[in-house]
Design a protein around this ligand. Structure first.
Ligand code: HEM
Length: 282
């Protein structure tokens, strides 16, 4: 994605060969997952009416006559799920920890909210507990405003169109930059600051409905991220567990430096290091 020239069409270095080998293993693993899902459906044909998971649902859709959905499409979709769901969520969490460490009042407020919601429990086991974590959710939204892990969305026009006065014929590749509004003072008070309060009613928030539309960490439209609610549940569960049991002793870049953004398919905190310590009041 980032190479100026696709040199590997003509020459392959050791790194490229390693990549091909890795990809073969990933595809073999995916074929294994699909075979397992099929075996499960054969053992319990009633699952075809009500699949137990997304993979089974994809296999059922593939098998419907006239689905127009090939085995290759199925593999591609499973691969997308694997790629799209893991790093994005993990890296967003890493940014949240980094920002909370630099803003101890926000970390304290998030911790107090978690303590109250968990009411002595070690981890969140009910959605109702997570629903009480408005401030934690605001921390996540704020981290995604400042450091969206998917800041570039690749699109292709399906018909001739004009965007902001620029004519785009059908089939034009467009790289959409989604982070422009995040640091924009037109949408956010003190846009450069990590202020979870931007996302809660009160002195720091503008019109919340339009604020929410201004940033698009999960994309928008028909291809909006289908994992957005799942990822929020995952992130809130993990943050609740961490804040309940640990203090953030250090979260920084290599050698204690501020963290740099590194774009490699998704935007990651380069070389982020985190040291946690059990809470003293634990
Ligand atoms: C913090 C976590 C996440 C972020 C920031 C994120 C962000 C994004 C973005 C920006 C897109 C492109 C949307 C567009 O083209 O308009 C996308 C697509 C996608 N995401 Fe996520 N994502 C996250 C978590 C997940 C999870 C947990 C899953 C699945 C378990 C997932 C599955 C997908 C899939 C399958 C697509 C492609 C959808 C399509 O092209 O129709 N994502 N995500």
């Amino acid at each position: 994605m980032l190479a100026p020239l696709p040199y590997w069409h003509w020459i392959r270095f050791a790194e490229d060969r390693r990549f091909e080998l890795d990809m073969r293993q990933v595809h073999a693993a995916i074929d294994g997952f699909i075979a397992q899902a099929r075996a499960g459906l054969e053992r319990q044909p009633e699952l075809r009416r009500q699949p137990a998971n997304l993979l089974q649902a994809l296999v059922v859709a593939r098998d419907q006559s006239g689905s127009g959905f090939s085995d290759e499409d199925l593999r591609g979709n499973v691969l997308t799920m694997l790629l799209a769901g893991e790093d994005t969520t993990a890296q967003t969490l890493a940014w949240v920890l980094y920002l909370l460490h630099r803003q101890p009042q926000a970390a304290d407020r998030a911790r107090a909210e978690v303590d109250e919601a968990l009411d002595g429990a070690d981890i969140a086991t009910e959605l109702a507990q997570l629903e009480q974590l408005d401030f934690v959710e605001a921390c996540i939204a704020e981290a995604m405003r400042l450091y969206p892990v998917g800041p570039v969305i690749a699109l292709e026009t399906r018909r001739d169109t004009v965007v902001a006065g620029v004519a785009l014929p059908r089939g034009t590749g467009v790289m959409l930059e989604t982070r422009a509004a995040g640091p924009d003072a037109a949408h956010f008070e003190q846009p450069e600051a990590f202020l979870p309060e931007h996302w809660l009613p009160g002195q720091w928030s503008r019109q919340l409905a339009s604020t929410r539309r201004a940033v698009m960490p999960f994309g928008a439209g028909t291809r909006i991220c289908p994992g957005r609610y799942l990822s929020l549940v995952e992130m809130k569960m993990l943050l609740a567990m961490l804040l309940r049991h640990f203090e953030l002793e250090e979260v920084c870049g290599p050698g204690g430096a501020p963290v740099r953004e590194l774009y490699a398919f998704s935007m990651r905190p380069a070389g982020l290091k985190a040291a946690l310590r059990l809470r003293r009041d634990h």
